[in-house]
Write a protein that binds this ligand. Sequence first.
Ligand code: F6R
Length: 611
Amino acid sequence: MCGIVAYVGDKQAYPILIKGLQRLEYRGYDSAGVALINNGTHTYKCMGKVKDLEAHAKEQSIEGHIGIGHTRWATHGEPNNINAHPHTSMKGKFTLVHNGIIENYAHLKKELTSRGFTFQSDTDTEVLVNLIENIYLEQNVSAEIAVRVALSKVIGAYGLVISCEDEKDKLIAARKGSPLVIGVGESEYFLASDASPIIEYTDQVIYMNDEDVAILSKDDLVLKNIQNDAQKPKIQKIDLSIDEIDKGDYEHYMLKEIYEQPHSIGDTFRGRISIDKTKIFLGGIIDVMPKLNQAKRIIIVACGTSWHAGMVGEYLFEEYARVPVEVEYASEFRYRNPVINPDDVLIAISQSGETADTLAAIKMAKEKGATIIGICNVVGSSIPRETHAGVYTHAGPEIGVASTKAFSSQVTVLTMMAFMIGRKRGSLYDELYKQLIHELTLIPEKIEIILKSDSYIKGIAELYKNASNALYLGRGYLFPVALEGALKLKEISYIHAEGYPAAEMKHGPIALIDENMPVFVLATKDKSYEKIVSNIQEVKARNGKVIAIVTEGDETIKKLADHVIEVPDCHEAIAPLLTVVPLQIISYHIAVMRGCDVDQPRNLAKSVTVE
Ligand code: F6R
């Protein structure tokens, strides 16, 4: 949540900041701002998106070789011009951009107010910048010391970059809980919340660790921690290309990412399934295999779409590895007092690797002795660094706020894990193991077939684009897909949608069904097929409109449903990977037809780094 970008070097900073903010806009987009240091600090900020900032700043000549920028997702204080970052301290000494939450800001604000400080905005960030200024002036210390002392008083999370009027050639950055990456160029440094604003200038980066403080000038980088101990910068090469973060010819990132799934799923299993398709090898968890083999229980923690992937994991692990599984919302898990034993394995799933609740759940389970495995997409993000072992999904950057390819790659990893553990534990016999692996490798080409139905699916979207509500029903492996389909529709088109286990419909939701209610039913051929056919009949008997996702060639449901969308036949254990695709496509088209901002839906941000 919130994107930060900064530059110090010989180039003009403004274009670098603007381009960087555009790349980070997925992290928040309710206001944006930049500050350029050039004979004083010049701040331009406004409510709205980066394009609004550009329009706002257009008239000015914005020069300077040092600058900081921010795109905001509001936490403290509504989105408006005043609450937009950067924030400058009362006496104008410091200018700050900040991502995260200062939890004790009210207490600090009270203290600063009693010392005569006044505040323009409702933000916790303005409190922090004034706290730093107060220490700087009162204790007569350097900017760096003032920052470190202030941060030692702060409770909460931050990724921040700050400039000081008296030390004009420098930027100071600090991180705790919110990511920051330093790009290392020739006589220049970049800073950003992720590597995407940096890649076209350098592929050399340093991922800052929690409690790191970096002091950057064009020719110098000093890395230390808040306690002033020197830290050794670990420079790494980023494995990311501009093409991967480019929208290409697609109208939206979400559409591009839906269409990328044959490749992204292929990338997820590439090198992890033997060429003869008889073995799965997940190198990242090899060290914890003994723990996994003996685990009495697996706990899966995640949020949102990743939680839905976790539910598919539950069905897979229980069926094929015969281990009891609990799937938990990270935000609930961390705040109750769950029973966690040292022989539990906790799997944390996160696209961004930065979700605050998931990270906190990991830390808690780790303290209680559980073995922690991460399934993450963003390499070098916080979650993989907190876990004992892990598997990257390798889906490539996901920029559309609504998760699509990350979900299918997470499910692919969980599927491979379940089969691999099942085989190791002896609960999955060899012949079925090989058949399942073979089926998994066919998924990319089967998704290509589904993508060919795009315009047919768009036609169905046209019929339901004005619905106020929608119901999604599924059973077994397809129940989590129903939840995911409903989430996709509601988050990008703002239509109220609910996912239900199909059999639960009779216990309440059936009351909602009338001729205006579209009901999406996941009805591919599996062991509950007959039952789901009955559920479709129950909906039709109440005049509901049924859009059924069926196995190709299904004539029975074709006669009952209003519309069918066919997917190729596959084993039920991997059907989520196919059946989710038409639901993503239909949500996408409905949202576009309703004029919604598909890639940046209202109130959302891609990476939820606050709890
Ligand atoms: C929905 C969506 C969110 C995320 C959730 C967790 O499309 O993207 O529900 O799945 O915020 O994010 P990660 O996976 O980054 O932890």
